[in-house]
Design a protein. Structure first.
Length: 318
């Protein structure tokens, strides 16, 4: 089945950019968010605003959700005017949020009981890559659902990985966010050691960048830390949600994950101290304040921009 009418629910920092990529590919795009003002730019570009989840379902065959929490996803699916009351066998639901794998599987069974199909497809790579169309997509579910979704996913992102059964992509996404969060904490400590030793932080940045200690997080998030804006486009409440989901998995499998417990504690301290809408990179401020030292260097950007040209999406095969 070829889908021409696409519904998109959730127009936050990342969702609005993913929706824009679909719109640029000349699909008929129908959009909804609890905050209607988030739709203005997309509507001006040709998207069609709908007043409820039900209206999205009634006007489309493929529905994408990109929401801030598992609770928000559950609400969209199970509320009175939600998906479960209106979806049918023509529909494919693509869930692109970072969510709880157990809840994802439960909701998928409800959707499938109505004859509809489900694919999970969380994205990873940051807001700047969501905007450029070069973000990565992790997918899981039935292979035929992946094949149906791929034309849309290849417009949303660049590297698209099929991970097998439903739940695999949610779990893998949570694991990758856990690693990114660990990296963020360790970068703060590494830069602080360099600063205290007297190493110019611009030199430290580039030294790490060309070393075995380099990472995607360093190449991106270190820049906005050194600038002082901390503007990574990802907030503290979302970071706490993600590290909490990972920790929940370690408990589920009785893994003695000491680092996970410590990181949860640190990020929740950051949430309490700086607020849920502070940037996740603000976690480094805790160390800066404890040391009474700011990690600043000149010539770093206040926001991240992906300068790579947009590339047509491909499936990663191995």
């Amino acid at each position: 089945m070829i889908d021409h009418k696409i519904g998109f629910i959730g127009l936050g920092n990342v969702g609005s950019k993913l929706a824009n990529n679909i719109l640029q590919a000349d699909y008929n795009l129908f959009i909804y968010d609890l905050n209607k003002s988030t739709s203005n730019e997309l509507v001006n570009k040709g998207a069609v605003w709908k007043n409820s989840v039900k209206e999205i379902v009634d006007n489309t065959s493929l529905i994408i959700t990109c929401l801030p929490s598992p609770q928000a996803v559950t609400e969209v699916v199970e509320s009175k005017l939600g998906m479960i009351e209106n979806i049918n066998n023509k529909h494919l639901w693509i869930e692109m949020s970072t969510t709880d794998e157990k809840e994802m599987i439960r909701l998928s069974k409800l959707i499938e009981s109505k004859g509809a199909n489900v694919l999970e497809a969380p994205v990873t790579g940051g807001q700047h890559r969501a905007e450029s169309g070069n973000i990565s997509v992790l997918t899981a579910g039935k292979r035929e659902n992946f094949d149906r979704a791929f034309p849309i996913l290849s417009e949303i992102g660049f590297q698209v990985l099929y991970c097998g059964k439903l739940g695999n992509a949610s779990t893998l996404k949570v694991a990758t966010n856990y690693l990114a969060s660990i990296n963020l904490l360790s970068i703060g400590e590494a830069l602080m050691v360099c600063k205290k030793y007297g190493i110019d932080l611009k030199s430290a940045y580039h030294g790490i960048r060309i070393s075995s200690g380099n990472s995607f997080v360093h190449e991106t998030e270190s820049q906005v830390i050194l600038n002082g804006s901390y503007d990574v486009g990802f907030t503290m409440d979302l970071a706490c949600k993600d590290v909490g989901l990972f920790d929940k998995l370690t408990d589920k499998f009785n893994i003695p994950a000491a680092i996970s417990k410590l990181m949860n504690k640190i990020f929740n301290e950051g949430l309490e101290k700086y607020g849920k809408r502070s940037f996740s990179t603000s976690i480094v401020k805790i160390l800066e304040e404890q040391c009474n030292v700011n990690l600043r260097a000149s010539d770093f950007p206040s926001q991240l921009i992906d300068y790579e040209p947009r590339k047509k999406g491909i499936e990663i095969k191995f």
